[in-house]
Design a protein around this ligand. Structure first.
Ligand code: SF4
Ligand code: SF4
Length: 345
């Protein structure tokens, strides 16, 4: 057994099989299969490593059938951290599975520095406060990057902008992020506060790089910069899992948006009890139908209460806006606050 698999075994053994993790698992609610839950994944990996069941691709794929939403870990009395387990499991199993897109993402990230295999614009080193756009905003939702920079520049005179990938795609798709993170550490020298828009980047920078990383909603509250909207707006707010549960940022987006004049409507599953939109954990790549169904359900919940859905995450924004129909408009809060959205009712 490899070192990685011994580690997997150690992590899986923590599970007491109580099943508390089923309660809020969004995938269990879709599939009604225990294999989709944290317990199911842990037990099937445990049985496989102990030789009780065959080393089948079905059992190994369980590690990829997850949004990494963290709802299970929040409920777990044994302290199982599903994300830690899944990162290790995906790294152990990727080579044995036929997942060309996952392999491509890992290879692209290692060889070009990001999962889009594209070139980042140059970083700007100006002061001790830095904005970190991350890959998704930079390459797929540039208006978010522009909006965040414009908002921060209203109050931070010398703003640095650090453009590189934090390594999250490696953790998500089965690569080894250790050396990648290590090589990036020098890029943060001299920076005291890193402001992220992407909740996953915020979490990774805090946990892996051990730097003072804050979400843009926290930074704007502290530094100022968000002004009242010109038009009144009633909107629902979708808490990104990695922001609310992963970073504990729940009140700041609400306070910021309310102060700007947004009348916020709470969804049934909100705050730390938020429900994943289906975009997390690489699910759109690994299990696109499950991912799309989670988006449909989240959008239906929002449509029942409002005509506009706000979020504060590039991945949630892209996933939800791509799946939303005519009757619901999905808007990223940073773009709204920067004045980039004029016709929102
Ligand atoms: S809640 Fe934790 S200990 Fe209980 S079954 Fe789920 S993962 Fe195992
Ligand atoms: S992280 Fe979310 S989707 Fe994955 S097993 Fe836990 S509750 Fe289910």
């Amino acid at each position: 057994m490899s070192v990685g698999e011994r580690e997997l075994l150690r992590l899986a053994k923590r599970c007491m099989r109580c099943g508390f993790c089923r309660a809020e698992c969004p995938l269990f609610r879709l599939t009604l299969s225990d294999g989709s839950t944290a317990r199911g994944k842990l037990q099937s990996v445990l049985a496989m490593l102990r030789g009780e069941i065959g080393r089948s691709s079905r059992a190994m794929m369980r590690a990829f059938e997850c949004t990494t939403c963290g709802a299970c870990s929040a409920m777990c009395p044994a302290g199982v951290r599903m994300e830690e387990f899944l990162e290790q499991a995906r790294r152990s199993f990727l080579q044995e599975l036929e997942l060309p897109v996952h392999e491509w993402m890992v290879e692209a990230t290692l060889s070009t520095g990001n999962p889009f295999a594209a070139e980042f614009e140059a970083s700007v080193l100006a002061g001790e406060v830095a904005f970190f756009p991350g890959c998704t905003s930079h390459f797929r939702a540039k208006e978010i990057e522009r909006s965040c920079i414009s908002l921060l520049k209203r109050s931070v005179r010398r703003l640095s902008v650090l453009r590189f990938c934090c390594g999250a795609p490696l953790m998500t798709f089965g690569g080894d992020a250790g050396g990648f993170v290590e090589r990036n550490l020098s890029k943060l020298e001299g920076i005291e506060v890193v402001v992220c828009h992407c909740p996953t980047c915020t979490k990774v920078l805090r946990e892996r790089y051990r730097v003072h990383a804050v979400h843009i909603s926290q930074a704007l509250l502290e530094f100022g910069g968000a002004e009242p909207l010109r038009n009144s707006l009633r909107a629902a707010y979708h808490d990104p899992c990695h922001l609310a549960r992963g970073c504990g940022v729940v009140e700041e987006p609400r306070e910021l948006l309310s102060t700007a004049g947004v009348e916020l409507v709470e969804l049934e599953h909100s705050g730390r009890a938020t429900r994943c939109c289906g975009a997390g954990g690489g699910l759109p790549v690994s299990f696109p139908e499950l991912s799309a169904e989670l988006a449909r359900r989240r959008l239906a919940a929002a449509k029942a209460r409002a005509e506009v859905l706000l979020t504060f995450c590039p991945t949630c924004y892209l996933h939800l806006s791509g799946a939303a129909g005519e009757s619901l408009r999905v808007v990223d809060a940073s773009v709204l606050l920067a004045g980039g959205v004029h016709e929102v009712r």
